[in-house]
Design a protein around this ligand. Structure first.
Ligand SMILES: [Zn+2]
Length: 253
């Protein structure tokens, strides 16, 4: 199907695109580095695993974005991860140390909305052409927060009454799985909206008769990421993760 640049992209899927990789993959990309803002932020993480995971995640954002751009723009091998940069800006306080990310590309490649998430040793990336709203998130159903018992606390806090009613009708295993899937979608909606989960309008409602307005926006696309789903680079999502991507297209970039 023709993409927003008017080219036919063959068997490459329609936007939004996503890709997933284990954080360990970052070690193979020694020429890809972080910008000074990210290096300062990495220094704020505890030494060892937390700092290594943050750094690996930011390297993989560039690597996966380059891979998707090469396919989306049919420029195989011409977009390099080391040419890409990640710029963040906070809509609330204008800080560049956190907030909505955007991808900084070499001149002439247009603009792309960017979102990413890091969970359970993996990095997931979402990418879409233009300046629309994009959010991606990933959750691990095995996380204790989604378990019966512990999960009830999360359920009371994070799920609306109409969502809790739907969850209560499920058997324990499906309930746990659905909690994780909806949690990922809530995070994706919150990221797309730029407000975060604790924004003014509260935790987004994603199921029932009146889901969040972004899920009902004209042209909105939601992709549920299930185990085995193939990403834009041909790699399957591993069995322990559930995820979601929300894209509300804006003007073409
Ligand atoms: Zn801020």
């Amino acid at each position: 199907m023709p993409d927003q640049h008017g080219r036919d992209s063959g068997d490459f899927p329609a936007a939004p695109w996503w890709a997933a990789a284990p954080l360990l993959d970052a070690a193979a990309h020694t020429r890809v580095g972080l910008n000074p803002t990210e290096q300062a932020r990495a220094g704020g993480y505890l030494q060892g695993r937390p700092r290594e995971d943050f750094t690996a995640g930011r390297i993989l954002v560039r690597v996966l974005a380059a891979g998707l751009l090469n396919r989306a723009l049919q420029r195989q091998g011409t977009v390099h991860a080391s040419d890409l940069d990640i710029i963040q800006s906070c809509p609330t306080c204008a800080s560049s140390a956190h907030g909505t990310p955007s991808l900084h590309l070499p001149h002439g490649l247009g603009s792309f909305a960017l979102s990413y998430a890091r969970t359970a040793g993996w990095l997931l990336l979402g990418l879409a052409p233009g300046t629309g709203l994009l959010g991606i998130d990933v959750a691990e159903p095995a996380d204790a927060a989604f378990a019966p018992g512990d999960g009830d606390l999360l359920e009371d806090y994070a799920y609306a009454p109409e969502e809790r009613e739907l969850l209560a009708a499920l058997d324990p295993e499906r309930r746990r799985d659905t909690r994780a899937r909806w949690w990922a979608l809530k995070e994706a909606v919150a990221k797309a909206g730029g407000e975060g989960l604790t924004g003014g309008s509260g935790i987004p409602v994603v199921a029932g008769p009146q889901p969040h307005e972004l899920l009902r926006a004209p042209g909105a696309r939601v992709i549920e990421l299930s185990p085995g789903a193939l990403d834009g680079l041909g790699n399957p999502l591993p069995g322990h993760l559930r995820g979601a991507v929300l894209w509300v297209p804006g003007s073409a970039g």
